[in-house]
Design a protein around this ligand. Structure first.
Ligand code: GLU
Length: 525
């Protein structure tokens, strides 16, 4: 009895009925005649789908693999032990039940755009404070995190920078959670201002135009946990940032930037006192008993929160996921709060380029003067680009170029689906793109020699012995096309019946005999 037969006797049940999911997963990793599977191949599969080393959902699994399995080879009992308690997440991965099913193909395209946009070297770093002026201007990083927690990083993704204006949508969200939409919008409007982000200007009702310009951001900051002292208020905000980032990282703070912000803040002071001048009854002003200095300090502190693209992309993914962090499953914002945040970002997130950006790219985004752009594709993913050189409007030069190319390539513009366009849709793979049912997928992948897809279907517990109206099975098709690896998989792992006749009374085995190929024929013995 060869190795494989021994294994199949112990693992597979008679008549191919209901193989437990752990067995399917294990079998889908079997290679050649081995009885054990390769540990690195499992890890590779997980990584290729965007599940990184520090993903808390798989840390126990990775640990189990490391501790229990000293060599690279792992048997079924060990595998079963390791995946215990992780079936849900591994099921998503091995069955490709992921928002971006072909993650590697998608991120290869992102890499291309990254490399392509590296050449844009125009613009200059913000220089209103020395700390921003001194940053190495050549740096460029992009991080992605999907709502399933699939992640990708390229370039300078581990360099920290201050978030600056990217704090504005988050502070707006925090205020909404605490006070509700009606109360918050008593103090701040929700229209684009049509003016610069720090313009000394209020709307007709005497409120700042929206929460994403400086006056509006100072106003929403003033609303957060008013009853607490300033240290506790900042702690409260940082705590929410930490939760938005899935408790995976410590959120930093840049004290020199904070001190500089505070020292060069004439305009922000002016905006604050302007809003506070309530003797003109056209102005709403701040809520009663607002301490203006503390409000400004808290606002500067929020702008000086320091982190990198990786963390910010997780935060963006929490927004993309309707307020629930993909790693912890914790709801931080209600979906209504997120809807409000994203509406603002879509209308006013990119300074004086917001209208053009909404028109061309059509994805809620927020940029900051340190060079970050936080991009939220609702129900799909968060993306953060960071490159410190800014264009004349104040957006990261490379970041905007990235967004333009990204928007041209993928159909993520909010109105893309009503347009007949030729853009790539990363939410589908080549099979469900053309609306195939599972059986058609099975036939097509057997015919095309797509072993990876067949393994995925096997993991999904598809009935492989189905045939079409001519009685042809996936095995017939694989034999016809001479795909040795597919025939091997269908016979030895799936255990398809080699003698099932089609309507011309031919079995896959009969057809193999006609091929005159010893290597294929051997598989039938
Ligand atoms: N700290 C800056 C300010 O309030 C933020 C600028 C920005 O990123 O737009 O002026």
């Amino acid at each position: 009895m060869d190795n494989w037969n021994k294994l199949s006797n112990s693992l597979l049940e008679k008549n191919h009925i209901k193989i437990p999911i752990e067995k399917r997963f294990f079998l889908s990793f079997i290679e050649d005649d081995e009885t054990n599977i390769n540990k690195n191949k499992i890890l590779e599969e997980i990584t290729n789908n965007g599940f990184l080393e520090n993903d808390p959902r798989l840390s126990q699994f990775r640990n189990n693999l490391k501790i229990l399995v000293k060599t690279n080879s792992i048997n079924y009992e060990e595998f079963k032990y390791c995946i215990d308690n992780h079936i849900c997440i591994l099921k998503k991965i091995f069955q490709k039940d992921l928002i971006i099913p072909q993650f590697k193909i998608f991120t290869d395209k992102i890499t291309e755009i990254y490399n392509d946009t590296l050449k844009y070297n125009e613009g200059k770093c913000a220089d209103y404070i020395p700390q921003l002026a001194r940053v190495n201007p050549e740096q460029y990083g992009i991080s992605i995190c999907t709502i399933d927690g699939q992640r990708f990083n390229i370039g300078d993704t581990d360099v920290d920078f201050t978030i600056q204006s990217c704090c504005k949508p988050i502070n707006y969200g925090i205020a909404l959670e605490e006070l509700g939409e009606i109360e918050v919008h008593k103090y701040v409007g929700r229209e684009p201002s049509g003016q610069s982000f720090n313009e000394l200007l209020l709307n007709k009702e005497g409120k700042p135009h929206n929460p994403l310009i400086n006056s509006g951001a100072i106003m929403t900051t003033s609303l957060i946990k008013k009853e607490l002292n300033i240290s506790e208020r900042f702690e409260y905000i940082i705590d929410i940032w930490t939760k938005l980032a899935g408790n995976l990282y410590k959120i930093g703070f840049n004290n020199p930037v904070y001190l500089s912000e505070k020292n060069t803040a004439d305009r922000n002071f002016a905006l604050t006192y302007f809003m506070n001048e309530i003797n003109d009854d056209k102005k709403i002003g701040f809520p009663k008993n607002t301490n203006l200095n503390e409000t400004l300090e808290l606002y500067f502190q929020c702008c000086s929160i320091e982190t990198g693209t990786e963390v910010l992309s997780i935060i963006a993914s929490t927004l993309a996921n309707g307020g629930i962090n993909p790693f912890t499953g914790e709801r931080i914002f209600t979906s209504k709060t997120v809807q409000n945040i994203l509406s603002m970002m879509l209308m006013c997130g990119m300074y004086d380029y917001s209208g053009e950006y909404a028109f061309k790219i059509g994805i809620p985004s927020k940029s900051g003067v340190a060079g970050a752009i936080m991009i939220v594709i609702p129900n799909v993913m968060g993306i953060v680009t960071w490159s410190p050189k800014l264009d004349e409007i104040g957006n990261s030069y490379r970041g905007v170029e990235f967004c333009k190319k990204f928007g041209e390539l993928f159909n993520f513009h909010i109105f893309d689906n009503i347009e007949d366009n030729k853009k790539i849709n990363p939410l589908t793979d080549s099979y469900n793109d053309i609306n195939m049912n599972m059986f058609s997928e099975l036939c097509l992948s057997a015919q095309e020699g797509d072993l990876e897809h067949l393994k995925m279907l096997f993991n999904k517990d598809i009935d492989f012995n189905q045939s079409d109206y001519d009685g042809r099975t996936a095995l017939h098709l694989a034999v016809c096309e001479g795909h040795i690896n597919i025939i091997n998989f269908l016979l030895k792992i799936v255990r398809m019946n080699p003698n099932q006749k089609d309507r011309w009374n031919r079995s896959p085995h009969d057809e193999a005999k006609l091929l005159n190929n010893d290597n294929i024929l051997k598989l039938f013995i």
